[in-house]
Design a protein around this ligand. Structure first.
Ligand SMILES: Nc1ncnc2c1ncn2[C@@H]1O[C@H](COP(=O)(O)OP(=O)(O)O)[C@@H](O)[C@H]1O
Ligand SMILES: O=P(O)(O)O[C@H]1O[C@H](CO)[C@@H](O[C@H]2O[C@H](CO)[C@@H](O)[C@H](O)[C@H]2O)[C@H](O)[C@H]1O
Length: 460
């Protein structure tokens, strides 16, 4: 193992975006390309290189994008310091203005970068944009986001994907279609970077590496707004109603600009396979869930046997952390990447809108679940029930009665999401496992009317 690979491996393990925390990374360098310094930034002799590392430690290998700025001189000890390798001091690219300026120049200048076994191409919707300054957001999630100040003090949001995959990333294809369709529920896409690199198992992979979008000014994060309202016992029903109506508007917009199709037998099979795959991952990682498998299977199969709605592009991982409340624009929806633990090939496929609704319903439950873990605990169960009802009413005010019509499907998706969340929490925040775990039991109890638990013995 080279010095660089070893250094990146030990640093990566501590990053929020490293997606399999239970294992020690086993990295292999697949390829790299060098970014040219943006014309307006000073040349201090450093190099800006994006590396692709394959991590062979998890069951299925994952490829990470790791952009680094390499300097001869050590420049203080900022948060982005990675360490020293090959006689250079390495810094996390997104934390460095030079990297962000070079990345934006490549994206919005529709340029190319060629390197060792890897390359990248920029795509722009608005032409070249120079960057004045930039700041990596500390609340990192699955990816790394940066606020960049562009010409005349306007801000934009740059997102660097960390786990990169072969295929269409819906974060870009959805936002590109919505931007072209004039959506007012989403920030406008300004540009993106696609690339190619050696695939983990041989051959080549092609996918998206970064995007740049309009920054929603003065926006508040939906999760923080909801938690602070709930802990103070403040009414959230107007906001929840508007969020429900906004979700239905978003769905209508997406159905207008991206393909729709009636659900067929193959879709039902694929949806069930996906749900059972997630269930198996969860029962493998959190074995106590195995005892609920039969009851869960009964709910899934009841939904598969019921009529299904027309399928369309959906958000795919909707929760309160994916919405921003803007005083000027109302609720804005972000992060169309879909569930990070789901295979990319599935994420852009037409799906049922009830999956998104279920995601947001789970999120209201998370608000109360997380407050119940406070010391002293806050009881926000009534708050969450009222938010849930208002959200459903808001949705129906735009979309009509569809949620009643497909109620079994909505329940199955809530359960599927809670099962997924157990794995997500096991990997990232084990102390929060009880939140989705309790939800699974509650949903199964509520579902007893539509699907008797005893009848649930499934062949899967
Ligand atoms: N267009 C935007 N305007 C303002 N803030 C944004 C915008 N997009 C994202 N953010 C902020 O960045 C955070 C991370 O963005 P997100 O797309 O959810 O990333 P991830 O894929 O890592 O989950 C969000 O929670 C939000 O606070
Ligand atoms: O925002 P991401 O795309 O990274 O989504 C992942 O992380 C989310 C956590 O930040 C996770 O959401 C779960 O926790 C939320 C509270 O932090 C809660 O509101 C959601 O309902 C719950 O699912 C999401 O599932 C995961 O894909």
């Amino acid at each position: 193992m080279t010095e660089l690979t070893e250094l990146v491996g030990s640093w990566m393990r501590r990053q929020r975006w490293y997606s399999t925390k239970a294992v020690e990374p086993r990295l292999r360098l697949l390829g790299s390309f060098e970014l040219e310094r943006a014309p307006e930034s000073a040349d201090d002799g450093s190099r800006i290189v994006t590396h692709f590392f394959c991590d062979d430690a998890p069951r299925s290998p994952r490829v990470y994008q790791v952009p680094l700025v390499a300097r001869v001189q050590r420049d203080g000890e900022p948060a982005g310091y990675v360490g020293e390798a090959g006689g250079r001091h390495l810094y996390d690219g997104p934390a460095e203005e030079a990297y962000v300026a070079a990345l934006v120049a490549l994206m919005t200048g529709a340029g190319d970068a060629d390197g060792e076994h890897a390359r990248a191409t920029g795509h722009t919707l608005g032409g070249r944009i120079p960057v004045h300054s930039s700041r990596r957001l500390s609340a990192e999630q699955s990816n790394t986001s940066i606020v960049a100040e562009i010409a005349d003090g306007v801000l934009s949001l740059v997102k660097v994907f960390r786990v990169v995959q072969d295929g269409e990333n819906p974060d870009i294809s959805t936002l590109a279609a919505l931007t072209a369709g004039g959506s007012e529920r989403t920030p406008a896409l300004l540009g993106w970077l696609s690339g190619s690199w050696p695939a983990a198992d041989g051959g080549r992979a092609t996918g998206e590496l970064a995007l740049m979008q309009d920054f929603v000014p003065g926006a508040e994060d939906g999760w923080e707004l909801a938690v602070s309202a709930a802990e103070r016992g403040e009414d959230f029903t107007d906001r929840a109603y508007a969020l429900g109506a906004g979700t239905a508007e978003l769905h209508r917009l997406m159905a207008g600009v991206l393909p729709t199709r009636p659900a067929g037998a193959d879709d039902v099979r694929a949806a069930l396979d996906g749900m059972f795959r997630r269930l198996t991952i969860t029962t493998t990682e959190v074995p106590e869930v195995e005892q609920l498998r039969a009851a869960i299977a009964t709910v899934y199969e009841a939904a598969a046997a019921a009529p299904l709605p027309v399928l369309q592009r959906i958000h795919g991982d909707l929760h309160l952390g994916q919405v921003l409340y803007s005083p000027d624009r109302g609720w804005q929806f972000i992060d169309f990447e879909g569930e990070p633990l789901r295979p990319l090939a599935e994420r852009a496929l037409p799906d049922a809108t009830m999956r998104d609704v279920a995601g947001m319903l789970r999120s209201f439950d998370y608000v109360s679940g997380s407050l119940a873990q406070r010391e002293p605990p806050v009881d926000a169960r009534e708050w969450a029930a009222a938010a849930r009802e208002a959200y459903l009413e808001g949705y129906a005010s735009v979309a009509g009665d569809v949620l009643h019509e497909f109620a079994d499907l909505l329940t199955a998706f809530e359960l599927d999401k809670a099962v997924y969340e157990i794995t997500y929490e096991a990997r990232h925040r084990p102390s929060w496992i009880p939140i989705p775990r309790a939800a699974v039991e509650r949903l199964l109890d509520d579902a007893q009317g539509i699907a008797p638990r005893e009848a649930g013995a499934s062949s899967r």
